[in-house]
Design a protein around this ligand. Structure first.
Ligand code: PBG
Length: 337
């Protein structure tokens, strides 16, 4: 015993890893990462009207707000220390067309909401999705020709959409469409118009996932899409190395930060990207992930907030600087108490 201790001083019984875990203060002192409200981005749904607060059936605790109510909610988010919100418009059926032209109007729902938020809550960052799916009659993120989502014509539309959102006052455009080459083209288009300081947060590695179901219901694109899918542009869940190529291209094209989406099933991608590229990496805890936690908690099968906190900490541990989560406000409240 004494002999082996001399030869291996770094092993039990001299070394006891439980020593650092013996008290809360010590665990806190030795924690390798923390979760703070500044790590949380809040995705929100907005719909036309006034004084509306409509719960999303498959996402308990998540609401579609009219712009006026949203502004009040966003003030609360700001007061909780949340740095940014990501806006998703629920576009009226009558405004959806094959080419998604509504996306190019500066006074559309997204544009008016951005302007209102920047006027009423200027201290919070406003992120807008760049993709055509809320506006297309078929629910695809781009323009469809002969049954194919065409790349380059879509990119032209996305550039114009990004310009319109910048004009409305948005701080960050977030292309979530997965067309090739769009980040570079959007950067050029923004710079051309004098929006050099509008950031691009690129959904660089976005997978063709079944975890988006509740979101598509929330924005009303599920029925539009029907049995179609987005596999010709969103990534194949089988691929890990390809994510590095997607991210490398987007960084070269001028992305200021990167989103990996979905989150929990793609922690390996978050890890790979964050150790490979010196760029801020965000995880998106998508609607299906949120819904699973809520559903299990509603049944009494898991303890909701501790599970939520554990998943968010896991994103931080994997290397994400922040997380887009529908639970941002609930979580920030807990973190501040
Ligand atoms: C659309 C978009 C989607 C999400 C964010 N932006 C859905 C999709 O690609 O079909 C999903 C978010 C979520 O599920 O929470 N471009």
């Amino acid at each position: 015993m004494i002999e082996s201790r001399r030869i291996f001083p770094g092993t039990y019984p001299a070394t006891r890893l439980r020593r650092n875990r013996k008290a809360a203060w010590s665990r806190e002192m030795t924690a390798e990462c923390h979760l703070h409200p500044s790590n949380l981005i809040w995705p929100v749904f907005v719909l036309e009207g006034q004084n509306i607060r409509q719960e999303v059936t498959k996402m308990p605790g998540v609401y579609r707000y009219s712009p006026d109510v949203l502004a009040e909610e966003v003030k609360k988010a700001r007061d909780l220390g949340i740095p940014a919100v990501a806006i998703f418009p629920v576009v009226e059926d009558s405004k959806k067309t094959a080419d998604g032209g509504e996306a190019l109007k500066v006074d559309n729902l997204a544009g008016r909401t951005v302007a209102l938020l920047k006027q009423q809550v200027p201290e919070i960052g406003v992120i807008c999705d760049v993709a055509l799916d809320p506006y297309t009659s078929h629910g695809q993120d781009g323009i469809v020709e002969n049954g194919v989502v065409v790349n380059d014509r879509t990119v032209e539309m996305l550039c114009r959409q990004a310009g319109v959102l910048a004009e409305a006052g948005c701080d960050i455009v977030a292309p979530s469409d997965m067309m090739d080459g769009r980040v570079g083209e959007i950067r050029l288009a923004l710079d051309d118009k004098g929006y050099q300081n509008v950031q691009i947060m690129s959904y660089a590695a976005k997978y063709a996932s079944h975890f988006y179901g509740p979101f598509r219901d929330a924005v009303g694109s599920a029925g539009r899409l029907g049995r179609a899918d987005k596999k010709t542009y969103q990534m194949d869940p089988a691929n890990r190395r390809e994510a590095l190529r997607e991210v490398a291209l987007d960084i070269e094209e001028g992305a200021d930060s990167i989103i990996i989406k979905p989150g929990m099933a793609y922690l390996d991608i978050i890890r790979d990207v964050s150790v490979t590229f010196p760029v801020p990496v965000f995880a998106y805890q998508v609607s299906g992930e949120y819904a699973m936690i809520k559903a299990a908690a509603t049944n009494g099968w898991i303890d909701e907030m501790p599970v939520m906190l554990e998943t968010l900490l896991a994103f931080r541990r994997a290397g994400a600087v922040g997380v887009l989560t529908y639970a941002a406000c609930e979580v920030a409240k807990v973190l501040r108490t």
